[in-house]
Design a protein around this ligand. Structure first.
Ligand SMILES: Cc1ncc(COP(=O)(O)O)c(C=O)c1O
Length: 485
């Protein structure tokens, strides 16, 4: 009691500020899920979690591999002889076998078009730790990174909270299919400068969370030229690199660097993790890959605060060194993601709900603008409350991703089994067809006479188509941000 009433005096500014972000309305959805989670038999009326970007579609493949390779773990008869060496290893460079395997995997995931030097790899506690570390390395308190919006909500925590660095959004809009335009980049840079803010870099996430889209070669080349011209850093969070499930192929910034002779490579840094591509967020395997030796040295010193446990490094080194497994896993994962994406977006489009065309990620960007009474954030939150309280689905409102246009929602599709997905789809179907929505304009579609609603054309027509395990250090017993995905 005393601690909380006097906290203004007793604790640090960081301890008591709101920078962590867990008090935002976005996380009410997680709390709603936590207090009433769906279960097919025990709680069929519960909330279905579609706000969690986890990749649970290929656990069978990893489980099978683990059973076939008991020697890869130090906790089995076959692997226990390595226990002592692994237990005492504490070099913050990481196990050589681990760094080699990660470097190779990063190349495979990027279609073997580029190679990565294991010496440029720095470990971190997930991409979360990687983002904060790179922020500490590149910017001082008050400096800023440009970040295209909508963007992953926890960037506010990871890049800003403890570093004191600012984020300046570069607004991307539906009229342009939310693609990043160089005009918007220039405008955001200029605006920041006029406000006296020192821009130290551009922070991009490719493929994008929440959009599920990838950046094309022209945009990436333009970005590289932009950061060179301004002499600012470019941080590319490529955590969803292997979730690309259909054409066009993913293009990593590393590929562009091979082509762009004019680029100062010292300005470029890649963040990576196994949380999404392999579906292993609990392992906390995060990576900073920098082309800048000074940044590597600095990040490595800082990595002492977020190393990957050697037990995990040991297992991952074996897993990723198995070429046959890696190939099978990547191919199968893409296939399963594609199927999920198609089933859900296709099912929604049959009832007139469109989504931004996408080919990557563990989610899609659903367009419910027509269901809003008015184009405001309040109306979006009102609709979101209906969806969570009545339809019992936890999807995430666009405002939590700093989307400039109300009415967009992120829908995650890879954290549940097929049956749960069917229930989710059925609930949305019922919701829309029973006309529970707020004053929806009704228009019959000629090609489907059993449908009642149509959410008609957009300018960008052809492109339309949480959890319970806590760590001891979790800030709240049911803090959603523990898995802010
Ligand atoms: C774009 C993006 N970056 C980083 C992270 C954090 O990932 P990790 O679990 O590796 O810390 C996430 C998690 O959702 C994410 O979506």
């Amino acid at each position: 009691m005393g601690l909380f009433s006097d906290k203004q005096n007793l604790l640090s500014k960081i301890a008591i500020n709101e920078g962590h972000g867990e008090n935002s309305p976005y996380f009410d959805g997680w709390k709603a899920y936590d207090s009433n989670p769906f279960h097919p038999t025990k709680n069929p009326g519960g909330v279905i979690q579609m706000g969690l970007a986890e990749n649970q579609l290929c656990f069978d493949l990893i489980t099978e591999w683990i059973k076939e390779h008991p020697e890869a773990s130090i906790c089995t008869n076959e692997g226990a002889d390595e226990f002592k060496d692994i237990a005492i290893f504490q070099d913050y460079h990481g196990l050589p076998a681990f760094r080699n395997a990660i470097a190779k995997f990063m190349g495979i995931v990027r279609g073997n078009k580029v190679t990565f030097d294991p010496n440029n790899i720095v470990m971190s506690g997930g991409a979360t730790g990687a983002a904060e570390t790179i922020s500490f390395c590149l910017a001082d308190p008050g400096d800023a990174f440009l970040v295209p919006s909508p963007y992953y909500p926890a960037f506010d925590r990871d890049i800003r909270w403890r570093t004191g660095v600012q984020l300046v959004p570069v607004t991307c809009e539906s009229s342009n299919c939310f693609t990043l335009s160089l005009t918007a980049l220039e405008a955001a840079y200029k605006k920041a400068q006029e406000a006296g803010i020192k821009v130290k870099g551009l922070f991009i996430n490719n493929p994008s969370n929440p959009l599920g889209t990838i950046l094309d070669r022209k945009t990436l080349t333009g970005i590289v030229r932009f950061i060179n011209e301004k002499n600012i850093h470019l941080v590319c969070d490529e955590i969803y690199a292997a979730t690309v499930f259909s054409q066009p192929d993913f293009i990593s910034i590393s590929e562009i660097l091979e082509e762009e002779v004019e680029c100062n490579r010292n300005l470029v840094h890649i963040l990576y993790s196994l949380s999404k591509d392999m579906g292993l967020p609990g392992f906390r395997v995060g990576i900073i890959y920098s082309y800048n030796k000074q940044v590597i040295l600095c990040a490595r010193k800082m990595s002492s605060f977020g190393l990957v446990s050697t037990q995990t490094q040991h297992l991952i080194a074996s897993l990723l060194s198995d070429d046959g497994f890696v190939e099978r896993f990547i191919t199968e994962s893409a296939k399963r993601l594609a199927f999920r994406h198609k089933t859900l977006t296709g099912g929604l489009s049959l009832i007139g709900i469109s989504s931004l065309k996408s080919n990557a990620g563990l989610f899609f960007w659903m367009d419910l603008r027509r269901l809003l009474k008015e184009p405001t954030e309040e109306a979006e939150m009102k609709l979101w409350r209906i969806i969570i309280n009545e339809v019992k689905l936890n999807v995430s409102p666009g405002s939590s991703f700093h989307c400039s246009e109300p009415g967009w929602f992120r829908v995650c599709f890879a954290n549940m089994d097929d049956k749960t997905m069917e229930v989710a789809l059925q609930r949305i179907r019922q919701f829309v067809l029973q006309d529970k929505a707020v004053e929806v304009p009704v228009k019959k579609q000629k090609w489907k006479n059993n449908l009642r609603l149509s959410f008609s054309s957009l300018k960008c027509e052809d492109t339309m188509m949480t959890p319970r395990v806590m760590t001891p250090n979790s800030p709240l017993p049911h803090s959603p941000l523990v898995r802010a995905v």
